[in-house]
Write a protein that binds this ligand. Structure first.
Ligand code: HEC
Length: 99
């Protein structure tokens, strides 16, 4: 009977896992975008050059479009994820809202 307590804990534990799995989509996309920046953008310059910028979405879009025209290897979908991530992580005002 000693084990009963720990078994009854399994149910909330699984509920918790299911809930965090549904929230994971946005996290995964941010992580994937960060990964893209760390592999595709740093072939020409350091990440510092990117991270010190504070731009709005339209400006990030212009930067990424310019970098792609210079040779940054990103598909349209990858560029879209990178732009979304940069606009959220490095907005014009204040400290970066990095996760
Ligand atoms: C083909 C080479 C290349 C790649 C790949 C590249 N960049 Fe650049 N980037 C440059 C050059 C060259 C500059 C100008 C550097 C300087 O002024 O010292 C620059 C400058 C920048 C700047 C400074 C602002 C500006 O507009 O000049 C930002 C921000 C930037 N890059 C972001 C990115 C991001 C984000 C990526 C990935 C999507 C990326 N870069 C990939 C070549 C590249």
């Amino acid at each position: 009977m000693k084990n009963l307590g720990s078994y009854s804990c399994l149910l909330p534990f699984y509920f918790c896992l299911a809930a965090s799995a549904s929230a994971a989509g946005a996290e995964d996309r941010a992580a994937a975008a960060r990964q893209l920046i760390e592999t595709r953008c740093v072939i020409c310059h350091s990440a510092d050059l990117i991270e010190q910028q504070r731009l709005d979405r339209r400006q990030w879009q212009a930067v990424v479009t310019k970098m792609r025209s210079w040779g940054a290897p990103l598909s349209d979908a990858e560029a879209e994820d990178v732009i979304r991530y940069l606009a959220q992580a490095y907005p014009p005002d204040g400290a970066p809202a990095r996760k």
